[in-house]
Design a binder for this molecule. Structure first.
Ligand code: NAD
Length: 264
């Protein structure tokens, strides 16, 4: 039908270049594959070289490259930005997504080294991505960024002080950048997933209940109106939408993908 054809064009990323950090696994992997399926050239960035190279290989030579990088290191970030420009000539879409969960422990017991590590990846890593990708988008006069925050960027969760603080900070960085680069034709939004079926929620469940992680999933899903974890692809759908022309009036926003968890 006409409307189906129009929809196809709206979410078509042919001729566009997308950079995805944390693109080796989970949500970032689903976003990288989603961009590729809709025609984009993709730069997969991750510190997990084996899985990252596998995602680029799955997309195919000529359509994707993998760059090993630790997003907390400025030199690594500059190198992946340069690699994207050298390989494909622009950065149209940037999914600033790499993140870690840290330990589950109350604030009164939380260890300082883990706090620093979580803030390092989730806040400094997201800042450095903006710091080095935005200049390229400003030169182009176009671009769309989606930072991965979390519902932990909107509400607190006992036992996750560093993660919750880091994700609130991601929303702050999103709002500041949106105000700065909106007048230049660049949009910056945040996606806030609830529990999504990836390694990360499995690790959190194991930390909460080493002997019975399944009980944690049962308890979590009982608190979600849709009664299940989301999938990486369901988060990817929203990230792709926010990067597409369908979202042309949306910037500085937070999109919740949580099966209703924070609403009810
Ligand atoms: P994941 O662990 O499957 O994927 C995270 C990826 O980031 C991995 O490939 C990992 O190697 C990479 N990474 C971590 N630290 C890095 C670093 N310093 N440099 C480069 N790469 C690094 O987990 P996921 O669930 O796909 O998480 C993706 C994002 O989604 C994270 O920001 C996470 O906080 C967020 N998130 C996840 C959930 C969930 O329930 N899974 C919910 C809300 C938000």
């Amino acid at each position: 039908s006409l409307s189906e054809r129009r929809e196809g064009r709206d979410m078509d990323f042919s001729g566009k270049v997308a950079v995805v950090t944390g693109g080796a696994n989970g949500i970032g992997r689903a976003v990288a594959l989603g961009f590729a399926r809709r025609g984009a050239k993709v730069v997969v960035v991750d510190r997990d070289a084996e899985a990252g190279a596998a995602v680029a290989a799955e997309i195919g030579k000529g359509s994707a490259i993998f760059r090993a990088a630790d997003v907390t290191r400025s030199a690594d970030v500059q190198a992946y930005v340069q690699a994207a420009l050298d390989a494909f000539g622009a950065i149209d879409c940037f999914h600033n997504n790499a993140g870690i969960e840290g330990r589950v422990a109350p604030t009164a017991e939380y260890d300082e080294a883990t706090f620093d590590a979580v803030m390092g990846v989730n806040v400094k890593g997201v800042f450095l991505g903006l710091r080095h990708v935005l200049p390229a988008m400003i030169r182009q006069g176009r671009g769309a960024v989606v930072n991965t925050a979390s519902i932990a960027g909107l509400v607190g969760t006992a036992g996750m002080p560093a993660y919750v603080a880091s994700k609130h900070a991601v929303i702050g960085l999103t709002k500041v950048a949106a105000g700065e680069v909106g007048p230049l034709g660049i949009r910056v939004n945040a996606v806030c997933p609830g529990p999504i079926a990836t390694r990360m929620v499995q690790d959190i469940a194991r930390q909460v209940s080493p002997n019975n992680p399944e009980s944690v999933e049962e308890r979590y899903t009982a608190s979600i109106p849709l009664r299940r974890y989301g999938t990486p692809e369901e988060v990817a759908n929203v990230v792709l939408f926010l990067c597409s022309d369908l979202a042309s009036d949306i910037t500085g926003a937070q999109y919740v993908v949580d099966g209703g968890r924070t609403a009810a």
